[in-house]
Design a protein around this ligand. Sequence first.
Ligand code: FER
Length: 305
Amino acid sequence: MQHIKALATITLLTLATASLAQGAETVTPDNARANFARTITLAPDDVRAFPKPPSGFDAPRPGVAAGRVEEFSYASGVTGTQRQASVYLPPGYSAEQRYPVLYLLHGIAGNQHEWSGYVRANVVLDNLIADGKMQPMIVVMPNGRALADDRPPPGDRVFTAENAAGFAKFERDLLEFLVPAVDAKYPTRADARHRALAGLSMGGGQALNFGLAHLDTFASVGGFSSAPNTRPATELLPDAAAARRQLALLYLSCGNKDGLINVSQAVHRALKQQEIPHLWNVDEHGHDRESWAENLFHFAQRLFR
Ligand code: FER
């Protein structure tokens, strides 16, 4: 599934208005166009935290064992439907062992196949595991649009009230239906320390909104190129002391050519001001798969340590 990165240029016919999660910016076609075209102002600390990954980090390598990506289905009381997720099981997976779990959320035009099909997340993870750089983990890639019809909308209906609302509704679907279903089916380590939530763009906003609001479920949170559905920092982190105590890893990244970078900058600056430890990696990319693959590479290695 190709992430629509040329969204800014598509001809947009509808002018829908939607209030997303509380406090977040409204998603409309006009806003989206303006948001992607925003002036980028970089501060001295908007720089790389990590060097670029070695070339080939996201390409299949001869002799490297591949994990398995399988389809998982669960009943959702939010949508009233059976919903699908892709699940990555690491090479050597055995039901006799217990694994930590990373939930990876897609962008506004994607679905449960975006991380594996477009970003090649499974290949990045296979290579990291082969190199002994990452804990073996189960990776759940759900469909973050919690609607009865959760198919990616056509290009002219990506920035509509309905599509945006599905991403906000996913909070309850994730917490009340998906996580319990995953813990029931797979040999997981079912506690917050062994559970992480991360996502790209719209999914990055979801990960920050839902993860930071539920640190008793997810002790590790990652937002890559987070979109304007991200709640304002004051709402994201109402209790800095609790966040400091409960967070195992908080990771933010964005490309310095991504017009949405001000969203991540605002979160980073609020975290810094509140002295909440986090990683902030600004690379040279735009709003694109290179940034997401590279930041998954950096993030996954630091999880569950
Ligand atoms: C916006 C709301 C959401 C926006 C972008 C997004 C550009 C999401 C983008 C994505 O998931 O790729 O206002 O402006």
